[in-house]
Design a binder for this molecule. Structure first.
Ligand SMILES: NC(=O)C1=CN([C@@H]2O[C@H](COP(=O)(O)OP(=O)(O)OC[C@H]3O[C@@H](n4cnc5c(N)ncnc54)[C@H](O)[C@@H]3O)[C@@H](O)[C@H]2O)C=CC1
Ligand SMILES: O=C(O)C(=O)[C@H](O)COP(=O)(O)O
Length: 375
């Protein structure tokens, strides 16, 4: 059995070799001839998986080591009898930590406390619900918008997007890209929404570029009303608007989900789904794959202020390390994808043991996802 894997899937060659012959290939573009004798294909978000890629090929299973699935025509896969699995939630923690780093940097730059702001979360799934829990642990007021969950009658208080537009100081988007239907998200942020947004708001997009009309956002950022934008995703990728990059406070190359843990979970989730599909079920504990972190333990004295939290989280991940290189290379062919391919190792907050002398601090840090303890 031949299994094609995207070369940007850590641990994929090692794991899938347990099940067959593995070939690692680039995902954008995927070499067509490699598909001619492939039984299974493991991709990331940069590979469009549809009839034109796979019709007439022997592929029986497709896995995507990603949370988003807008690059996969799953209806066509089902009609062609091809098995499919994504990796829901694999990198949700990484996206949350990206958003926290960004917001605390803006708080420091603009002289505000996050806990004095209201954060509107649009899309309260794996990312949005974890973000909500961590913001609540810090005492930040949140407003949640998730019409599909509201319509399903899920527990919790869900609001229409317009309430968030009117009341939230910060709007952060964590929806799938839905091109149509009752819950369409394509250009959910358009010129009209941007015009209704009061001054001095922060907008974060770490889901899909097309959820925000990038031309309208550029116009808004060029206008007289103060607006701050953080963009990890662009319309289009990889050829983002250089004018827009110049105007955003933080801009990165679609790496919000790129913690080592997040990428490794993506690989293990599709590996486990595929091993099940072929009748050889196997599970892989994440700890068996991950190396020891660079910084494993720190001690923290006293109560937790936001500036102290900013310094602590930036021992693990500071989003500015990803903003600078994008500004350096944006516009040069191939460089966006290179930043993603040669991504410097990044860990999640849980990799850092924090020994605290203050019980309340230890408690908050645990709720935020650190491995904290009273020592
Ligand atoms: N920048 C990055 O590196 C990453 C980006 N993503 C993107 O973020 C998206 C969200 O990720 P997850 O939370 O893991 O997905 P998820 O599927 O767990 O959650 C998405 C939530 O959005 C809600 N939703 C759907 N349509 C909506 C609408 N019109 N308005 C408001 N809410 C709506 C859904 O009901 C669901 O609760 C993914 O679909 C993916 O496109 C995900 C991971 C990493
Ligand atoms: O999981 C998702 O959805 C994402 O957006 C991924 O983090 C994107 O990473 P690649 O699959 O493009 O490497």
């Amino acid at each position: 059995m031949k299994i094609l894997v995207d070369e940007n899937m850590p641990y994929a060659v090692e794991l899938f070799s347990r099940l067959g012959n593995v070939q690692a290939v680039p995902g954008r573009p995927i070499p067509q001839d490699a598909l001619n004798d492939a039984d299974a294909l493991m991709v990331r978000s940069v590979t469009k998986v549809n009839e034109s890629l796979l019709a007439g090929k022997p592929v029986k299973f497709v896995g995507t080591a990603t949370a988003g699935t807008d690059h996969v025509d799953d209806a066509w896969l089902a009609s062609a009898g091809i098995g499919f699995s994504a990796a829901p939630g694999c990198n949700a923690i990484a996206v949350v930590e990206y958003v926290f780093s960004s917001l605390l940097i803006l708080a420091q730059r603009d002289g505000f406390q996050l806990r004095d702001k209201t954060v509107g979360i649009i899309g309260v799934g794996n990312v949005g619900s974890r973000l909500n829990a961590r913001l609540e642990a810090l005492g930040v007021r949140t407003l949640l918008c998730d019409p599909p969950r509201a319509d399903r009658g899920d527990a919790g208080e869900f609001w229409p997007l317009e309430k968030l537009v009117a009341e939230a100081d910060i709007l952060t988007f964590h929806t799938p890209l839905n091109m149509s239907g009752p819950y369409a998200t394509h250009h959910l942020v358009d010129a009209g929404l941007l015009a209704r947004l009061p001054a001095d708001r922060i907008l974060v997009n770490a889901c899909r570029g097309e959820v925000v009309d990038n031309a309208a956002l550029l116009d808004a950022l060029d206008g007289s009303k103060k607006l701050t934008a953080v963009l990890d995703v662009w319309e289009p990728e990889p050829d983002l608007s250089l004018a827009l990059l110049d105007k955003v406070a933080i801009g990165t190359a679609h790496i919000a989900g790129y913690s080592l843990e997040g990428k490794a979970r993506g690989t293990t989730q599709v590996f486990e789904a595929f091993s099940q599909f072929i009748g050889q079920p196997q599970t892989v504990p994440l700890e068996s794959l991950l190396p020891a972190p660079e910084f494993a333990e720190v001690t923290l004295s006293g109560a937790l202020s936001e500036p102290k939290l900013l310094r602590l989280i930036h021992l693990v991940y500071d989003v500015r390390r990803d903003d600078r290189p994008l500004r350096r290379v944006a516009g040069k062919p191939g460089e966006f994808d290179k930043l993603r391919k040669f991504y410097e190792e990044r860990r999640e907050w849980s990799s850092l043991r924090v020994i605290c002398d203050d019980a309340a601090t230890a408690d908050v840090l645990k709720k935020l996802g650190f491995n904290s303890q009273l020592g």
